[in-house]
Design a protein around this ligand. Structure first.
Ligand code: DQA
Length: 145
């Protein structure tokens, strides 16, 4: 089983950006956490982060025929990107949307998620643990296929 983990803009600034919202752990810490969860669950993973919408679209397209599922935190592109929504629909892999913060309790402009329209589940407000939950969820879904 192989999962693509996609992280959008500014997540590379974790630990520096708005620590009251996103915490003090760094992006490297997040990658290590995701890798440790995947190792424990015997899942192969590829982790991609980009600040560029097209690069995220390319990464999602690249998962076609290669990965079994996608965990995606599109960050700010969550609320704007039809291109990422269309890419998720195009590859039609089971995808779980993750947000570190509880977007439902934040600004009105964060209340729409385009990417989420192509995801089987959304997990928000659980910090790094949200990625673990997403990986578990996809594993259970993929195993029962
Ligand atoms: C985020 C929430 C988004 O609204 C925001 O633009 C981000 C991070 C989160 O993980 O909580 O960059 O996706």
């Amino acid at each position: 089983m192989k999962l693509l983990i996609v992280n959008g803009p500014n997540l590379n600034m974790l630990g520096i950006r708005e620590p009251d919202i996103y915490g003090r752990q760094t992006y490297a810490d997040l990658c290590e956490w995701v890798r440790s969860v995947c190792r424990r669950e015997d899942i192969e993973c590829e982790i991609v982060q980009s600040n560029h919408e097209g690069a995220l679209v390319d990464a999602i397209q690249g998962a076609y025929g290669v990965c079994d599922g996608i965990v995606i935190n599109p960050a700010a592109y969550t609320h704007t990107s039809v291109a990422i929504l269309d890419a998720l629909k195009a590859v039609a892999l089971p995808a779980v949307e993750v947000h570190l913060s509880d977007v439902s309790a934040r600004e009105p402009f964060r209340q729409i998620s385009y990417a989420g329209m192509a995801c089987v589940k959304t997990i928000a407000g659980k910090g790094f643990d949200g990625y673990e939950e997403a990986i578990y969820y996809l594993k259970s879904q993929l195993k029962s296929r």
